[in-house]
Design a protein around this ligand. Structure first.
Ligand SMILES: Nc1nc2c(ncn2[C@@H]2O[C@H](COP(=O)(O)OP(=O)(O)OP(=O)(O)O)[C@@H](O)[C@H]2O)c(=O)[nH]1
Length: 232
C-alpha cells in the first residue's frame, strides 16, 4: 500500500508455520473481548501453511488440528513437515496476491466436502460442524456453475467490503461473467479489492464460479444470497 516501500519490495505471500504439538492450545485460547487471537489470525491470513513437528503428535491429533486449520482457512495449501523441512518452492514464489495465479489457488479442498462439490448447481461450504470450539474466524467457499452479471458482482463486493471489510481477512474468486469468454478473477484483503479478466474458458469447459472468503463472523447464508443475486 505504501508507494516508496512497494517500489523496492513486493508481498509475495504469507506462509504460516504451525507447531503441531502446541497449536491447538493457542488456537483455543479464549481472549478478552476485542483482543485478537494471534494464532487464529496467523492461520487465517496464510497462503501456505507448514504444519511442523508432526512426529510429536498422534495421527488423530494431527487430523483434528488439520480440520481446525481448514475450518479457519479453507484456501491455504497445507504441507506436513518435520524440523521445518519443505521445498523452497513452497515458501518462495507463492504469488498469493497475483491475480494471474488466483485460478490455481482457489481450489476448494475436496476433503472438506461431503461429495461432488464440483457438480453443476451445487454449492459447497467447508464448515466443520463436528468440532467443539466454534471459532468466530472461518472460511466460506462457494462453488457454483452459472453466469454472473459483472455490474451486480461489483455492487455486491463493494457493499460487502463496505459493511464487513474489517472482518474480511482474505477473499479470492474466479468468476464466469455474462458475455465474456474470459474468467474474471479477484482477490481482496479487508477493504482492498483487486479484480481483472483472467484466462479464457475452454470451448467445452464448464463455467464454474469459485469463491473463498476468510473472516470473522462470516454469515454464510448472506454471502450465498449475495452471490445468487448476481446470477443472470
Ligand atoms: N521433534 C521435533 N522437534 C522439532 C521439530 N522442529 C523443531 N524442533 C525442535 O523444537 C525445539 C524448539 O524449536 P522451535 O519450536 O522451532 O523454536 P522457535 O519457534 O524458534 O522458538 P520460540 O520462538 O521460542 O517458539 C528445538 O529443539 C527444535 O530442534 C520437529 O519437527 N520435530
Amino acid at each position: 500500500m505504501d508507494e516508496l516501500v512497494s517500489r523496492h519490495v513486493k508481498l509475495d505471500g504469507v506462509v504460516t508455520l504451525v507447531d503441531a504439538k502446541h497449536a491447538m492450545q493457542h488456537l483455543n485460547e479464549v481472549k478478552p473481548r476485542f483482543v485478537v487471537n494471534e494464532a487464529v489470525e496467523q492461520v487465517a491470513y496464510a497462503d501456505r501453511i507448514i504444519l511442523n513437528k508432526i512426529d510429536l503428535v498422534t495421527e488423530t491429533e494431527l487430523e483434528v488440528l488439520t480440520n481446525r486449520i481448514k475450518h479457519i482457512n479453507g484456501m491455504a495449501q497445507i504441507k506436513l513437515a518435520k524440523f521445518g523441512s519443505v521445498d523452497m518452492d513452497f515458501v518462495l514464489g507463492v504469488g498469493g496476491y497475483d491475480l494471474e495465479r488466483i485460478d490455481s489457488q482457489v481450489q476448494v479442498d475436496s476433503s472438506c466436502s461431503p461429495s461432488h462439490h464440483r457438480e453443476a448447481g451445487h454449492e459447497h461450504h467447508n464448515h466443520h460442524h463436528d468440532h467443539v470450539h466454534d471459532s468466530t474466524v472461518s472460511s466460506v467457499s462457494i462453488v457454483y456453475e452459472g453466469t454472473l452479471d459483472l455490474d451486480e458482482v461489483d455492487d455486491w463486493l463493494e457493499r460487502l467490503i463496505e459493511e464487513k471489510g474489517e472482518d474480511l481477512y482474505r477473499m479470492k474468486g474466479v468468476l464466469s461473467i455474462n458475455g465474456s469468454d474470459q474468467r474474471y478473477v479477484f482477490q481482496g484483503v479487508h477493504s482492498t479489492l483487486d479484480g481483472c479478466p483472467g484466462s479464457t474458458w475452454g470451448p467445452d469447459e464448464k463455467r464454474i464460479n469459485k469463491l473463498v472468503f476468510i473472516g470473522r463472523n462470516l454469515d454464510e447464508t448472506t454471502l450465498r444470497k449475495g452471490f445468487r443475486g448476481c446470477l443472470v
